[in-house]
Write a protein that binds this ligand. Structure first.
Ligand code: B1M
Length: 212
C-alpha cells in the first residue's frame, strides 16, 4: 500500500493518491507512516529527478499537487495525534512583487519535506514578515523575489527581523530568479537556494545548524 502511494505521488496522480491514502488509513496504516515512508520519499525522488534534469517544472508541480491531495486526509490526523512537523516556515514573496508560482512550488516542496508552511502570499511587507514571525515563531523565514526591482526589499526584511525582539530568531532563506548566493551573503541571509527542491534541502540544513 505504501509503495502504491509512493508511486501515485511520483506519477502526480491526484485522484489515486487521495484514494490510496484514504484506503490505507481505513486499513489502519498510521498517518505518520504514510507521510514518512511513502509521500516524503516520493518527493525526495521528485526533487532529485528535477535536479538531475530528468523532470521539468510542470512534472514537479503535478507531484506536489498529488502530495497535497494526500495531505488533505493526513493533516488533521497528524495534528490530532500530536505529531509535529519537522519545523515551521513562514514564506512569502516580498513587497511590490506579485510572482508566486516559484514561491508556491517552494512551499509545496517544503511541505513535501515535512515542514509546516505558513504562506503569507505575495507583496509581503517587512512589517508583515515580522508580525508573522512574532505570531508563529517559525524556525525559518523564507522569502522569494522575481524582480530586480523587488529583490532590493529583501535587506529591509532581514534588518527588520534582526532588529525585532523576537523570542525565537528564525534562520532566513531566500531565493528567486534574480537572487544569487553572493547577494544572499551580502544581505546577511542565512541561506540561498536556486530552486524549490534545494530550498527544501537548505531548509533542512538550516534547521540542523539551528539545533546544534
Ligand atoms: Co513577470 N517578470 N512581471 N509576470 N514573469 C518575469 C520575472 C521577467 C523575467 C520577464 C521578462 O522580462 N523576461 C521580468 C523580470 C525582469 C527583471 O526584473 N529582471 C518580469 C517583469 C518585468 C514583470 C512585470 C514588471 C511586467 C510589467 O507589468 N511590465 C510585472 C510585475 C508585477 C509585479 O510583480 N508587481 C510582471 C507580472 C507578471 C504576471 C503577473 C503576468 C506573471 C506572474 C503570475 C504569478 O506568479 N502568479 C508573470 C510571469 C508568469 C513571469 C514569468 C514569465 C514566469 C515566472 C515564473 O512563474 N516562472 C517570468 C519570466 C520567466 O521566468 N521566464 C517573468 C516559473 C517559476 C517556477 O520559476 O518563479 O523563477 P521561478 O521560481 C524558481 C526559482 O526562482 C526558485 O524556485 C523555483 C523553481 O524551482 N525560487 C526560490 C523562487 N522563489 C524561491 C524562494 C526560495 C528558494 C528558491 O527560498 C525561499
Amino acid at each position: 500500500m505504501l509503495e502504491q502511494i509512493r508511486q501515485a505521488v511520483l506519477e502526480g496522480d491526484l485522484d489515486n493518491t487521495s484514494e490510496l491514502v484514504r484506503k490505507a488509513l481505513d486499513e489502519g496504516v498510521g498517518p505518520a507512516s504514510i507521510l514518512n515512508d511513502a509521500m516524503i520519499p516520493a518527493m525526495d525522488v521528485v526533487g532529485a529527478e528535477y535536479e538531475s534534469g530528468v523532470r521539468y517544472i510542470p512534472e514537479m508541480l503535478i507531484s506536489a499537487e498529488a502530495m497535497k491531495a494526500g495531505m488533505v486526509h493526513l493533516r488533521p490526523l497528524l495534528a490530532e495525534a500530536g505529531i509535529e512537523a519537522r519545523g515551521r516556515v513562514v514564506l512569502g514573496t516580498v513587497e511590490g512583487d506579485l510572482h508566486d508560482i516559484g514561491k508556491n512550488l517552494v512551499g509545496m516542496m517544503l511541505e513535501g519535506a515535512g515542514f509546516e508552511v505558513i504562506d503569507l502570499g505575495v507583496e509581503v511587507t517587512a512589517e508583515r514578515f515580522v508580525d508573522a514571525a512574532r505570531e508563529n515563531a517559525p524556525d525559518i523565514l523564507a522569502m522569494s523575489a522575481l524582480l530586480t526591482t523587488t529583490m532590493v526589499n529583501m535587506p529591509d526584511v532581514v534588518e527588520a527581523i534582526r532588529n525585532s525582539e523576537l523570542a525565537k530568531m528564525p534562520k532566513i532563506l531566500i531565493g528567486g530568479a534574480p537572487i544569487t548566493e553572493e547577494f544572499a551573503k551580502s544581505i546577511g541571509a542565512d541561506g540561498f537556494a536556486p530552486d524549490a527542491p534545494s530550498a527544501a534541502t537548505v531548509a533542512g540544513a538550516l534547521l540542523e545548524a539551528k539545533e546544534r
